[in-house]
Write a protein that binds this ligand. Structure first.
Ligand SMILES: [Zn+2]
Length: 562
């Protein structure tokens, strides 16, 4: 080990050693010596200080004597992060640790400059709780553990209650408490009174991972730490903090009495939906639930969704917030009014156009239907969506949110200012929406497209002359399997599955309900072409509804499903 050099405190006191390298450390012999003036400093030798009132900490001489806190005017060197530094007549506190009445460790810390700190004594590595010599365990009293030595002394002086501190700040809390477990269990319980800051909160977490759960209480301080409260004359408040310290109980574990009110709450139907089969499968639209409405483009999702929203507005008189990210707000309202007057207003071929009636019906929705109007050309960001949903909930009392659609929402895949892969972003959106659905009592209806890449894959049925024989031998079931295997075109009326959500299946896994929609849009049969198949792909409450399929018929005249 190379000899370290630094400034000599003695030379510096006399205005010499400008280059700061007179003092040479001899680690092998545990001392430092100045080659110029012969100043000598034993590296680990304990210091002798005095017991006095420490006014700037508001600690009395009696408290200091009990805890072994001395004050010394120290001339010597400290190892800092900038290397060896010399101090002259630095006012330092000495925190003594005892074993069998002997000092085995001293923590020397400047009262004015925190970076001047060092450990002295025969056992500088000792990690036991500091201040243990001041108290003996009893099942009648709690023991308080603070982060700093002054805080432990402050707790005792202010409350008369036993208190100790972790020896090296928040860092080693786990190791120290593990070693002291049996000693701590001899007390009534343990009160953790750590600093009211981030490091303190982290230390609490670490302590909780070590200490027996039922035995720990956490004191919440209104000031930075216990010594701060003593300095501010808040002895009584400190005492209250100690006695009111709450028993720590992991949030994820509850007792029956914690949740009995919820247990006694009979499940209720949510808002009704336009078709009976939807109500049977979902028990109505429930708060804190996500409903994914999945179908290929052009299948009629928006039209069918319009029936749902119309029903919620007209029958249930619910306030609905709509984010129509592909069609404009005005178009959405036109479609809503169209439902009322049974006309397809959004088509130029529609001849009926009674402005007064349209206005009257549109204005009826005032205050009930709130729409998001996109003002930027780049589309809505997820952050903006979440802000607007919260705003709608808190300011307008919105109960149902409709987002049409997921693909448009994921057009700009940016997280924290960085572009990410599409599927990463869709997963992220799914997580955020799921968290929101648990945070606010909203029913969230999310329209999702089927994935495009699977549409492009074409079915192959061997029909060449060479294969004719084998082709003819294919049974009906087998043929059906071939036709319906993944990859078949959506416009033939193929029903999507959970795995077909554009952007990935995470939203399907997080959603409470997934309702698939399919329609054969190319059939020559008019009835088949008008038939929208609706299937429960995922149901939350009763699994027997899952997999059930229903049919809705579209009326070209009125533009309505029934
Ligand atoms: Zn010297």
């Amino acid at each position: 080990m190379a000899s370290e050099t630094g400034p000599c405190p003695q030379c510096r006191k006399n205005g010499r050693d400008e280059s700061g390298n007179n003092l040479v450390t001899h680690p092998k012999y545990n001392y430092r010596k100045c080659f110029a003036c012969n100043y000598y400093e034993a590296i680990n030798a304990p210091l002798e200080g005095k017991y006095i009132d420490i006014f700037d900490r508001k600690l009395t001489k009696a408290t200091c004597e009990k805890y072994g806190i001395q004050v010394v005017s120290y001339t010597g060197s400290f190892n800092t992060k900038h290397g060896l530094e010399a101090v002259t007549d630095e006012r330092c506190a000495i925190f003594n640790t005892y074993e069998k009445g002997q000092v085995i460790r001293q923590k020397v810390r400047s009262l004015d400059n925190k970076q001047y700190m060092k450990l002295l004594g025969t056992n500088t590595k000792d990690k036991s709780l500091w201040g243990k010599h001041t108290c003996s365990p009893t099942k009648k009293l709690p023991i308080t553990i603070t982060e700093g030595e002054f805080d432990a002394a402050a707790v005792f002086q202010a409350t008369g209650m036993p208190a100790v501190s972790i020896p090296n700040g928040a860092g080693n809390v786990g190791e120290t408490l593990t070693r002291e477990l049996s000693w701590l269990q001899e007390w009534k319980h343990v009160v953790l009174m750590f600093d009211n800051d981030e490091a303190g909160a982290e230390a609490v977490d670490k302590a909780l991972s070590v200490l027996p759960v039922g035995q720990v209480r956490i004191a919440k301080l209104p000031y930075k730490d216990a010594n701060e409260m003593l300095k501010e004359g808040k002895e009584a408040e400190l005492k209250t903090c100690l006695w009111n310290a709450e028993t720590y109980k992991p949030e994820c574990i509850v007792t029956i009495s914690d949740i009995i009110d919820e247990v006694l709450k009979k499940p209720e139907y949510g808002y009704s939906l336009p078709w009976d089969f939807l109500n049977e499968g979902t028990y109505g639209l429930q708060p804190n639930n996500i409903y994914v409405w999945l179908g290929a483009p052009q299948v009629g999702k928006t039209e069918a969704m319009k029936e749902v929203i119309f029903h919620l507005l007209e029958v249930e008189k619910v306030k609905v917030g709509m984010f129509c990210l592909e069609q404009g707000s005005a178009n959405s309202v036109q479609r809503m009014v169209a439902t009322k007057v049974n006309k397809r207003l959004h088509l130029p071929s529609n001849e009926w156009w009674n402005e007064d009636e349209i206005r009257a019906h549109a204005m009826e929705l005032e205050g009930r239907l709130h729409l998001y109007q996109n003002s930027s050309s780049s589309g809505i960001t997820l952050d903006s969506l979440l802000i607007n949903i919260r705003y709608m909930y808190y300011c307008f009392g919105i109960k149902v949110i409709v987002i049409d659609n997921l693909t448009a929402l994921c057009n700009t895949p940016i997280i924290d200012g960085k572009y990410v892969r599409d599927w990463v972003f869709t997963d992220y959106v799914a997580d955020k929406l799921h968290a929101l659905s648990r945070e606010l009592p909203l029913s969230i209806i999310l329209v999702a497209h089927t994935s495009k890449d699977r549409i492009s894959k074409q079915i192959h049925i061997p029909t060449s002359k060479k294969n004719k024989e084998s082709y003819l031998m294919i049974g009906e079931v087998q043929m059906d399997e071939m036709i319906n295997r993944p990859g078949m075109d959506w416009n033939s009326g193929r029903m999507p599955g959970l795995e077909h959500i554009d952007g990935g299946d995470r939203i399907g896994r997080l959603a409470d309900y997934v309702i698939g929609l399919a329609r054969d849009t190319v059939s020559k049969n008019d009835v088949i072409r008008r038939t929208l198949k609706v299937k429960f792909l995922k149901t939350r409450l009763a699994s027997e509804h899952c997999g059930k399929e229903y049919k809705l018929m579209y009326d070209y005249e009125t533009g309505r499903y029934s």
